[in-house]
Design a protein around this ligand. Structure first.
Ligand code: NDP
Length: 284
């Protein structure tokens, strides 16, 4: 039987720690750390994510602002909103909820956010900082994965880590963070020649693919640590990850569930980044 790493429980603990630090920040600076979230359009999933982020700010004792813009908002108008937030001293973090409507270019929008306030850590300057190991802000989902491992006492150093998925949001930055923790990292993707063989080598296996039950029991080395980043809907419309949890769980030493695993940790790391951004800005 595996130890289940509950992102929900860990998040509660970490959000408490962040709330403490937010209070200290307020005492020293006369204001709360502040996050602004911009949402363009009516995507129902995005709306849920934004609501959760707003709620998490409340839990962490931080100021939060949600800016809702209509679907047809011209790119220039969105950029003007970002410019205004870049200039506001009480806003430490700016997040533009993705995906954006088709007529708006994601990269242009991301590049417009001041790197100091880029709490999603998508700006090329921050990606460069991460790559060189000279950074304060780490991208939320990968940071959440590493935090879960570290707080559960899973040693990364010297371990063979296999990350399935190479997106800019999850797979690639997670590979960098695991490398920094001295893991030996392999990144797999849809053109990997023998995925099963690669996965079977893993002491720590991370699934970030976006396909339900993709990682099956025959791909997992007994005793491995399995982290499931995926968020999918199964045939019954229920939330599930990328791992065939029922059959993999009995095999491994640690596993993260979906829901209640990496998802809550991602938002918690966003809160942490907002606090860190506030502290960095306060230093001047
Ligand atoms: P992407 O679609 O951007 O990337 C998926 C990756 O999986 C790609 O690198 C792709 O390879 C790889 N892949 C697809 N099919 C296969 C295959 N048959 N064999 C091997 N590799 C394959 O997704 P994201 O990284 O954005 O997200 C991954 C999952 O994580 C999704 O379910 C998403 O919803 C979830 N997610 C969860 C978050 C959380 O907070 N828990 C946050 C962000 C994402 P290739 O590059 O070759 O196409």
């Amino acid at each position: 039987m595996a130890t289940i790493i509950s992102g929900k429980e860990l998040s509660l603990q970490i959000r408490g720690e962040i709330a403490e630090k937010a209070k200290q920040f307020e005492e020293q600076n006369g204001r709360l750390p502040g996050l602004a979230v911009i949402i363009v359009g009516e995507n129902p999933a995005s709306k849920v994510y934004v609501r959760n982020k707003h709620r998490a700010c409340g839990e962490c004792g931080m100021y939060s602002e949600v800016i809702e813009l209509p679907e047809q908002t011209p790119e220039e108008e969105l950029l003007a909103v970002i410019d205004e937030l870049n200039g506001r001293s009480e806003i430490d973090g700016i997040l533009v909820q993705l995906p954006l409507p088709r007529h708006i270019k994601e990269s242009v929008v991301i590049n417009r956010i001041s790197p100091e306030k880029d709490v999603d850590v998508f700006h090329p300057v921050n990606v460069g900082r991460l790559t060189t190991g000279n950074y304060t802000l780490a991208p939320c989902t990968p940071a959440g994965v590493v935090e879960m491992l570290v707080r559960s006492g899973v040693e990364i150093k010297g371990k063979k880590c296999v990350v399935v998925g190479r997106s800019n949001i999850v797979g690639k930055p997670l590979a960098l963070l695991l490398l920094e923790k001295n893991g030996t990292v392999t990144v797999c993707h849809s053109r990997t020649a023998d995925l099963k063989a690669e996965c079977l080598e893993a002491d720590i296996l991370v699934a970030a693919i976006g396909k339900p039950k993709f990682i099956t029991a025959d791909m997992v080395k007994p005793g491995a640590v399995v982290v499931d980043v995926g968020i999918n809907r199964n045939e019954e419309g229920k939330l599930c990850g990328d791992v065939d949890y029922e059959n993999v769980e009995p095999l491994c030493s640690y596993i993260t569930p979906v829901p209640g695993g990496v998802g809550p940790m991602t938002i918690t790391m966003l809160m942490k980044n907002t606090l860190l951004a506030a502290e960095e800005r306060a230093k001047g």
